[in-house]
Design a protein around this ligand. Structure first.
Ligand SMILES: *[C@@H]1O[C@H](CO)[C@@H](O)[C@H](O)[C@H]1NC(C)=O
Length: 307
């Protein structure tokens, strides 16, 4: 059958010969890029593009109290823990969300900032950047009153998507989102490089500056002030849709310009300022428990063995 086709179609011969030649060329030492004789086929000559590496992430947060949702919030980010969460000294965790995707989770249990509790997030970021841990491309800050509601989603893919939307991704150090009041600093990403240290120093200077006008602004307000006052700092930031990384539930209907609340299947749920929206003794805890059933978990068996 093949022989008959070959008799009838001499071009098939040529084609087979060419395939043999290609096979010979490509099965040679891959570091030998000379490909003699193939110069005419320049498109084949082009070196294969190395697949771009998915950014590696350190997830960071702190918790200084013992809220009713301590276990849920920790387990959600760092699912498999041994020991009881009421005894933090003996609580050792291996990450679930984090390990599923090869990320690290860093939790502080004390916050020592004279400027106010929430400034500790900047202190943590500074400390981690100064560690010069090259394993992390980005650091993802999450307030403790957040849940990862779809653990299938890689935060690294959101970084890639956000950066694909700008002309020069290398200039971006901060991936931020808004709520109805502008910047919401409850879930954001910062590049693990020296450059954001200057930004942080500028935010701290800005807050000290504004202190004289009476009262020190929060870390979030001071960040907004810097972004507004300094175009160079602003150019280091990108705003992504709130629902990508910092979704609010319908109970807390303070949405960004897209006016979209969290829906099941979305990535992150943040119960920002729940006390102002929900009645009861424990507004954040109530909401945490209400939405717990909507979390899309991984299959523990997949990562249990890796512990
Ligand atoms: C990127 O841009 C597209 C098109 O404007 C938008 O739909 C998407 O939400 C953006 N993604 C991020 C992460 O900003």
């Amino acid at each position: 059958m093949l022989a008959r086709s070959l008799q009838k179609q001499p071009t098939l011969w040529l084609f087979l010969l060419f395939c043999g030649f290609l096979y010979y060329q490509f099965s040679k030492d891959p570091t030998d890029t000379s490909l003699a004789g193939l110069d005419a086929f320049t498109s084949m000559d082009a070196p294969a593009k190395a697949p771009s590496k998915s950014p590696n992430i350190a997830i960071i947060t702190f918790i200084t109290q013992n809220p009713s949702y301590l276990h849920l919030s920790l387990k959600n980010k760092d699912r498999k823990c041994s020991g009881h969460p009421s005894n933090l000294t003996f609580l050792t965790c291996v990450s679930d969300y984090a390990r599923r995707h090869g990320y690290d989770l860093i939790v502080d249990y004390e916050a020592h900032s004279e400027k106010g509790l929430m400034w500790w997030k900047y202190a943590m970021i500074e400390r981690l950047i100064k560690k010069k841990n090259k394993d992390w491309d980005w650091i993802w800050w999450m307030d403790f009153d957040t849940l990862i509601t779809n653990t299938d989603i890689k935060v690294a893919d959101i970084v890639d998507e956000a950066l694909a939307n700008v002309t020069d991704p290398s200039q971006i150090d901060w991936i931020l989102s808004h709520d109805c009041n502008g910047l919401n600093f409850g879930s954001f990403l910062v590049r693990n490089s020296e450059r954001p240290l200057k930004f942080i120093a500028d935010v701290i200077a800005m807050s000290a500056d504004k202190k004289e006008d009476g009262g020190e602004p929060s870390e979030q307000d001071a960040t907004v002030m810097l972004i507004k006052a300094d175009p160079k700092s602003a150019a280091r930031t990108i705003q992504i849709p709130q629902t990508k990384i910092n979704g609010f539930p319908q109970e807390i209907a303070c949405f960004d310009e897209e006016h979209k609340g969290w829906q099941p299947g979305m990535f992150v749920l943040h119960f920002a300022g729940a006390w102002a929206h929900v009645k009861g003794e424990d507004p954040t805890g109530q909401l945490m428990r209400k939405y717990e059933g909507d979390i899309i978990w991984g299959d523990w068996k997949e990562f249990y063995e890796q512990a």
